[in-house]
Design a protein. Structure first.
Length: 284
């Protein structure tokens, strides 16, 4: 175990050789600032990612519901109506009133139109997912590297502070032991001034980069939240338009008089009871 501990310094990168604790109060403040921002920005990115996954999950469930309604409609419509819908794609997107051939077909066509409405609504959700991913989720990915750069800059400043402290101790020893040796004192004093200048430059650079980081973070978060609101507004406005139009269409559906069940029995084709008829529109 002692041999392993003795070999560890050679295996650790130079940046990791620095002391774990910040060199002074300024470094401690920036360390805490970067750590807190990195944590909260990561949590925000994870929350938006979970929001996108939830939208995708709802989309899959809605498409599944649309497929089931399409199968139900295919079962309810007469064979002639179903064949016409298959041969003419435009007939599947026509209005309810244009496609009703008889009172027996109205129920199936109503289900088919509702299925198409659900798919149209999910196209709007697709746009929402793509927009939120590009405009809200992607911009947050760069903050991992930005926070890492600030951490490295803090470590660099800590090294400069440690060198200054070492030069200060060296100068103090020279004053106590070699007070009469002016050349040595002058050299030690010059080295201390140079180390102090490096600390001042590192501190100024760290302050400027931290202020730039803070300004960028505020503008980016503002833009992300604004884009998130606008994407939601655009999506819900489109969905409201789709739902309102279909609500009016659904209210105009009339099934007519009695159900002509005998005609369905006449056109019925016997199939194996173990394999029920599959919908032509089902992707499964």
């Amino acid at each position: 175990m002692q041999q392993l501990l003795a070999q560890m310094p050679a295996l650790v990168p130079p940046l990791m050789m620095l002391p774990a604790k910040p060199a002074d109060a300024k470094s401690h403040f920036v360390h805490a600032y970067v750590r807190a921002n990195s944590h909260h920005l990561d949590r925000l990115r994870e929350a938006i990612d979970a929001y996108i996954r939830n939208l995708e999950r709802i989309k899959r469930k809605t498409i599944k519901k649309a497929v089931l309604l399409r199968q139900f409609a295919d079962l309810e419509m007469l064979p002639a109506t179903t064949a016409a819908a298959i041969s003419s794609p435009s007939a599947r997107h026509a209005s309810t009133a244009d496609r009703i051939g008889s009172s027996d077909d109205a129920f199936g066509i109503m289900l088919a139109n509702f299925s198409e409405m659900l798919l149209e609504k999910e196209e709007a959700r697709d746009d929402l997912i793509a927009r939120v991913n590009v405009m809200c989720h992607e911009p947050l990915k760069v903050y991992g590297s930005l926070c890492q750069k600030l951490k490295e800059e803090v470590r660099s400043r800590d090294s400069a502070v440690m060198r200054e402290q070492a030069k200060q101790q060296q100068f103090d020893r020279a004053v106590m032991k070699d007070a009469g040796n002016r050349p040595k004192l002058n050299t030690s004093q010059l080295e201390l001034a140079g180390a102090a200048q490096q600390v001042a430059q590192a501190t100024e650079s760290l302050i400027q980069n931290t202020e730039k980081f803070e300004a960028k973070k505020r503008e980016d978060i503002k833009a992300i939240l604004s884009e998130l609101l606008w994407s939601e507004i655009k999506y819900h406005a489109k969905v409201l338009e789709i739902l309102s139009a279909h609500h009016q269409k659904l209210g105009g559906v009339e099934f007519g008089g009695s159900v002509d069940f005998s005609r369905k029995m006449t056109s019925f084709t016997s199939q194996s009871p173990l394999s029920p008829r599959r919908s032509t529109f089902s992707p499964f």
